[in-house]
Design a protein around this ligand. Structure first.
Ligand code: HAM
Length: 410
């Protein structure tokens, strides 16, 4: 019989890895709560249009990476590659636009058909936030501050740098695109194949190409900053002033363009030096036309998503596993009494380990293997007196305790 492996780019999460991921997602629950964001769970699949319209048909994600299929009813369905378009769709379909601003966060699996490597998977997990309905720069500042607090809370190792840029409003961006097109046309022959294609679909994306031949040409390309109109320039300045006031360090990177079409004005990435080419652990920006693209009113938004798998890889140490209390019957005669004591303790919320079989010596060995901190020995004269022996497995000290007092004692 063939033994099956998980599909390429997917993996089973268990043991230390799931503890690390849970530590990261617990951090998001906690920090998002402190900033007043409520959790939202949107479906794992949506009509393909939600992502295609939302993120832009010519983006890499939409054109090459989506898991899209026709369901049995003939509808084109896509497994969500990200959370922003779904959250914006949810805002519209649930009539949440009545009560703005809307502050939501989400945690869950996303799917992209990418080439798998360390830190890059086809099923991966994001923890993100979206703030809808505030069109002033202090929303961008709040979202970046939340991201910063979240990364601090998670306590990841390595140097993490915040890079930030402004793509300006539609008007500024169109001016800039024209200038870029003009510039790159002069070097068309020398651009990579991908960039030749992007030249006519999305010249901005050439700026974040990883190809050496493109990088050389980009060195002297026009800078977005020089094409920002007055409004966009002031907007960006206000965002930076806010970050300064909060003492959040950043580096303005004029080549930061991000891969999704919905961004306007602020874009940012938190990048670590520890994960090689998959170093972006958290990324986001402002998207002012996404909700209206999805058939809703003109509502602006700003948010980010972090890569939970990447953050889990970066944790300084594996989060501590909780240590159990072991319940050990002295011999078979006491197995039901021991089971009852274990069950009563579990009902009180105590983490109890009880081996399924073995003599008292084997059970002590198993208790040590489970890293139990105390063993409760049930049986003998002590049991006849209504007591058990509680042994501290770190110090070796032991004492007799009344059965009624066990939970107080541990
Ligand atoms: P994104 O840059 O496509 O943005 O993804 C955000 C983060 O998800 C990345 O920085 C990375 O940490 C993680 N990530 C992406 N793809 C993979 C993968 N294949 N394997 C592992 N981790 C991955 C967005 O998704 C936007 N929706 C962010 C946003 C929210 N913008 C505004 N609001």
């Amino acid at each position: 019989m063939k033994a099956y492996q998980p599909a390429r780019g997917t993996r089973d999460l268990y043991g230390d890895e799931i503890l690390a991921q849970k530590f990261v997602t617990d951090g998001m629950h906690h920090v998002a709560h402190c900033y007043g964001y409520g959790e939202i769970i949107t479906p794992i699949f949506e009509f393909t249009e939600v992502f295609a319209r939302g993120m832009g048909e010519v983006t890499d994600v939409v054109s090459k990476e989506m898991y899209t299929f026709n369901d049995r009813g003939g509808e084109s369905i896509t497994l969500r590659p990200e959370g922003t378009a779904g959250a914006a769709r949810a805002l519209v379909s649930n009539g949440l636009a009545q009560d703005l601003p809307l502050k939501v966060y989400y945690i869950g699996p996303m799917f992209r058909y990418e080439r798998p490597q360390k830190g890059r998977y086809r099923q991966f997990y994001q923890a993100g936030v979206e703030l809808f309905g505030v069109d002033t720069p202090n929303a961008d500042v709040e979202v970046i501050a939340l991201a910063n607090s979240f990364l601090k809370k998670v306590g990841v190792k390595g140097k993490i740098t915040l890079e930030i840029n402004s793509l300006g409003d539609v008007e500024s961006r169109e001016e800039y695109k024209k200038a870029l097109l003009e510039y790159f046309k002069g070097y068309e022959e020398n651009l990579s194949e991908d960039s030749k294609r992007r030249l006519h679909t999305n010249p901005l994306r050439i700026l974040d190409s990883k190809e050496e031949c493109d990088k050389v040409i980009c060195e002297n390309a026009p800078k977005m900053n020089d094409y920002l109109n007055e409004f966009s320039k002031n907007f960006f300045d206000e965002v930076l002033k806010g970050l300064d006031a909060l003492e959040i360090e950043y580096k303005v990177n004029s080549k930061l363009v991000r891969g999704l079409d919905y961004y306007r004005h602020t874009v940012f990435e938190f990048i670590t030096d520890e994960l090689g080419s998959q170093g972006t652990v958290l990324a986001g920006g402002r998207y002012d036309d996404l909700v209206s693209e999805l058939g809703g009113p003109k509502i602006t938004g700003v948010g980010f998503a972090s890569g939970v798998d990447r953050l889990a890889l970066l944790l300084k140490e594996t989060p501590n596993k909780q240590r159990p209390v072991a319940v050990i019957p002295l011999n078979d005669e006491y197995k039901y009494q021991a089971l009852k004591i274990a069950d009563d303790l579990r009902a009180e919320g105590v983490f109890v380990d009880m081996a399924f079989n073995g003599n008292v010596g084997k059970r002590f060995k198993k208790a040590n293997k489970a890293n139990a901190f105390k063993a409760i020995v049930v049986g003998g004269d002590e049991f006849d007196r209504g007591n058990v022996v509680i042994k501290d497995l770190d110090s070796g000290n032991q004492k007799e305790v009344s059965i009624k007092e066990i939970s107080k004692e541990i």
